[in-house]
Design a protein around this ligand. Structure first.
Ligand code: UD1
Length: 393
């Protein structure tokens, strides 16, 4: 079997890494080898947004780099499609594995769905993290999720809400596999290495072995940072917290650009935590960020993945959004939806300062073994497809 694994943007890397490792383990144990090809679309390309993750997650160098870079949604998606099509035609994998909800995910799934190899076949499409829905179609990611799921042959679901959503959309049950969360596989596998990160010392957060209380903030969604009035409202919602403890803010390149363009610089400081400004630092690598998360009093975020990681860690999380496509993090985990009004955010932070429950049960199959289940499903589905394609004697 030949599997092509596609990555493109930051949140893809930690979802793909455990699958590649699980394939490696399979290949060591079984004579039926799986050949892999890692394709990086280049949607994220910076040292900080991409290279650092390859190093931290021990990802092999991509076999194929499409080098698309940044552009508008349409131009970026189209460019990925144009560059991916000849690669697929040349390599003819049995299965293309895409993850999450970024533009690279839908672009490559769409090319694979319309592919026609000279054999008359096309590859199977496997979607890691299928079935998540925010029910908010103004989010580009929601469009990417829905379309990718409807193009996929193998839908690999990370939480139970995904099963319900796919059933409601009429996706045949035999295509759907509840395997768990590969992002949590990476989290569990990397905890020890994250503990060795020097980042707390480097930021002056750890003096002679004791960690100063701080909160960790990330914001990058266009809906939150592209409109100055909304962005300012969110920063005002943090006013009380900023008086109580340092707020450390690794800022995404999109967010850094918006801060400059919207004149919001006065909320931020580069180094000092002597006043109540937010301490802005560059985007962090995977292990340094994990270390910052593990030691924080709470995390405030608009990211999807961080909602899951904080639940995996049992750490209070305030999500600065009106909805979440990951409801298990609220229902079973440690996440609280705050909305984007300053009062909503203030209240959510106050509640999370004194969480009613601390250690919560971890959602089903968030056990570090999702990638192993995925490899089993891929093997099963590809062999079934090959058996079907064999002419009967
Ligand atoms: C993308 C995903 C989003 C995900 C996020 C994680 C889509 C639709 N969105 O959003 O779901 O949560 O990644 O980061 O795919 N830039 C750099 N260096 C890079 C990459 C981007 O400076 O390596 C800058 C560029 O100015 C670019 C902007 O960031 O225009 C946005 O990048 P883009 O990939 O378009 O979307 P993200 O906001 O990163």
């Amino acid at each position: 079997m030949k599997a092509m694994i596609v990555v493109g943007a930051r949140p893809n890397f930690m979802k793909a890494a455990p699958i590649l490792k699980a394939i490696e383990r399979h290949n060591q144990a079984s004579p039926a080898k799986i050949e892999t090809l890692l394709v990086h679309t280049g949607q994220h390309y910076d040292a900080q947004m991409s290279d650092a993750f390859f190093a931290d997650l021990n990802l092999p160098k991509p076999d194929i780099s499409l080098g698309v870079g940044s552009d508008s949604h349409a131009a970026q998606t189209a460019e990925i499609m144009k560059r991916f099509e000849p690669v697929l035609l040349k390599e003819t994998p049995d299965v293309v594995v895409v993850a999450g909800d970024v533009n690279s995910t839908i672009a490559c799934a769409l090319v694979a769905a319309k592919m026609n190899y000279s054999s008359g076949q096309r590859p199977l499409i496997a979607h890691v993290e299928a079935g998540l829905r925010s029910f908010d179609r103004s989010m580009p990611e929601e469009i990417n999720r829905i379309l990718t799921d409807h193009l996929s042959d193998i839908l690999l679901v990370s939480e139970e809400s995904g099963l319900r959503n796919l059933e409601q959309e009429g996706i045949p049950r035999e295509r759907v596999f509840f395997v768990g969360n590969t992002m949590i596989d990476s989290l569990l596998a990397s905890q020890q290495k994250a503990d060795e990160s020097p980042v707390l010392r480097q930021l002056g957060l750890n003096d002679s072995g004791s960690t100063k209380p701080y909160a960790l903030l990330t914001l990058h969604r266009p809906a939150n940072v592209d409109r100055p009035a909304t962005f300012r409202e969110i920063l005002e919602g943090l006013a009380e917290l900023r008086q109580q403890m340092s707020v450390i803010f690794p800022a995404h390149p999109r967010t850094q650009k918006q801060i400059q363009e919207s004149g919001l610089e006065s909320y931020f400081a580069a180094t000092t935590d002597a006043d109540s400004r937010i301490r802005m630092i560059k985007p962090q690598g995977y292990l340094d960020f994990l270390c910052l998360m593990k030691n924080a009093q709470m995390v405030i975020t608009d990211s999807g993945g961080i909602q899951e990681e904080t639940t995996g860690l049992g750490l209070p999380c305030v999500t600065v959004r009106e909805n979440t496509e990951r409801p298990v993090t609220v229902e079973e985990g440690t996440n609280l939806l705050a909305g984007v009004s300053r009062e909503g955010i203030r209240q959510a932070i106050a509640r999370q300062r004194n969480p009613s429950k601390t250690k919560k049960p971890v959602p089903r199959y968030w056990d570090g073994k999702a990638a192993e289940r995925i490899v089993e499903v891929l093997l099963q589905q590809v062999s079934a497809r090959l058996a079907q394609a064999q002419p009967t004697a």
